[in-house]
Each structure stands twice: as structure tokens, then as C-alpha cells.
Design a protein around this ligand. Sequence first.
Ligand SMILES: C[S@@+](CC[C@H](N)C(=O)[O-])C[C@H]1O[C@@H](n2cnc3c(N)ncnc32)[C@H](O)[C@@H]1O
Length: 289
Amino acid sequence: MSTPAPEKIEKFRQQLKKDWTRDETVAAWRRWHGEIAAFTRGVTDALLKEAQLRSGLEVLDLASGVGDPALSIAPAVAPSGRVVATDLGPGMFSLAAELARNQGLKNIEFREAAADSVPFPDGSFDLVTCRFGAMFFPDLQKALRECRRVLRPAGRLCFAVWGRREQPFISTTHGVLAKYVDVPKPDPEAPDVFRFAERGRMTSELETAGFQDVKENLLTIPARWNGSLELYWQEFSEVSVAARPLLARLTPEKLASLKAEVLDGLQEFVQDGHLVLPLEVVLGSAIRP
Ligand SMILES: C[S@@+](CC[C@H](N)C(=O)[O-])C[C@H]1O[C@@H](n2cnc3c(N)ncnc32)[C@H](O)[C@@H]1O
């Protein structure tokens, strides 16, 4: 739980910004956002329930990407409440802003902000949410202290993050890819997608940052893919920031064998003609004293 040196944090922050704002990432999320939102809807629903939404709440959503869960929160806190959706760069949330306009949402705004230094005064929100973002915060404690600072007393924090690496969502794609290509060993201090996999980690991080009434629940949420397995592979190969550069290293023959092996492995999770993967997710919530 130690914090990396400031120059390392800066390096990780720059790398994340590069990965998440580059054209291929933005284009892939633009292309697949509808499918991703539908596939992971159960996670959004669990987060929204935990958040105890009601009209009038002022909400900060961190790492909003293309708008999950910010776009679902806005109507639930309307008409007097509002949502501020934030992310590292405008690439991702330019689509969220378009979707908000199309849906006629008037109580949502978009701001560029890294989670560990948000440009808002103390005590300006009732709720801070984040879905699949907190794993990436290079200085997690600083980000959590920022959440505490911008929350009003008795304000709530709700985060959904990935559980263990050993789950079908990972083993069926990244797990197979690792057999075809040497996956570079990450810096042990770098942000890790599975940083909250260990039971109790979410709780200890939130308590260290000064939160109270901390709850940590491990959930298994079915995710149903509405298209073909072929489309699922295509989405994975375009959207995954981690996999994309590794896939680019494979010869066309190796890529074809990898794809065949992935599609074959996914068959185990087909129910009534649809892919359904059990997503293991950690849901953390806490109150600012
Ligand atoms: C997997 S996406 C999740 C997006 C969205 N919340 C969702 O659930 O679909 C991760 C997001 O975290 C953002 N992110 C990464 N590091 C961040 C940081 N330090 N501060 C704020 N956002 C960050 C990325 O730009 C990206 O949009």
C-alpha cells in the first residue's frame, strides 16, 4: 500500500493519459460504447443501487469515459440535482457529451480532471462515483483524499472495480493471448487493474483515507453479449488498451490461431445462443465523516 515516488507517479500518469486519449482508444470506444454499456449494465445497476440516488443530489463521477455511470445518474438526480463527469481528456467524454445532448440531459457537465487533483472546492458534492476507474489512479490515496475533500459531511463514495484476475472475462481473452506473446512484466508500483482483488484492500484504502462506514462487497454479475462471438473478439481486439499493442506483434497466422482458440474457449459460456460471462466485481462504498 506504499505510494510510489512523485516522479514515478508522474510517469504513470503520463502513460495513462497517452493510452486513454490516443486516437485508436477513442475511436474504439466510440464504435463499441453501446455494446459495452449493455454488456456491463449489471455493474452500473449495482453501483446505482449502492449510491442511493435521489432527486437533488450533486454528484461527481470520476474516470467517466464515454459516460458510464454518469449518463444514468443524471436523470435519477434531476431536476434539481446535477452530475459533473470527469476524465483525463476530452476524447472519451466528447462522445458522452454527444450522448447526453441526444438524450436531452440538461443537468450534466463534463470537465477534464485527473482523479488525484480535481478542480472543485471543498464540500461541493453529495456523492462521488466511479466505475472501472479507481484501479488506474496512480496515487490512489491522494485520489481518495480528494474524494473526501470535495464531499460534504455524510456524503457518499461508491466505486465499482474489477475483482480477481482469475475470472472468465480475463482468462478467455487475455489469458489465451498470454500463451501467444510475451506479456511485458509491469512495474510492480504501476497502477494495476486487479489492485482491489485481495479481500479487504478496498476497505483498508478507504479507511486509510479517512472514510467511515466502509462496505466492500464481492459480486458476480452476469454480463450478456448481444452479438456474435466473432463480434466479441473484434470488440476485445479494438477496445483493450492492454491487448492492442500485443496483438499488433503477432503474425497473421498466429493471430488467426489465437482468435480460433479464444472463440473456442468462449463456447463454454454460451447460454441460449448468447455469450454470458460472470463478471467478478468489487463494490466499495463509504461515508465522509
Ligand atoms: C475502463 S475506462 C472506464 C470508463 C467508464 N467509467 C466506464 O465504466 O465505462 C477507465 C477510464 O479511466 C480513466 N482514467 C485513467 N486514469 C485516470 C485518472 N488518473 N484520473 C481520472 N481518470 C482516469 C481513463 O481515461 C478511462 O476513461
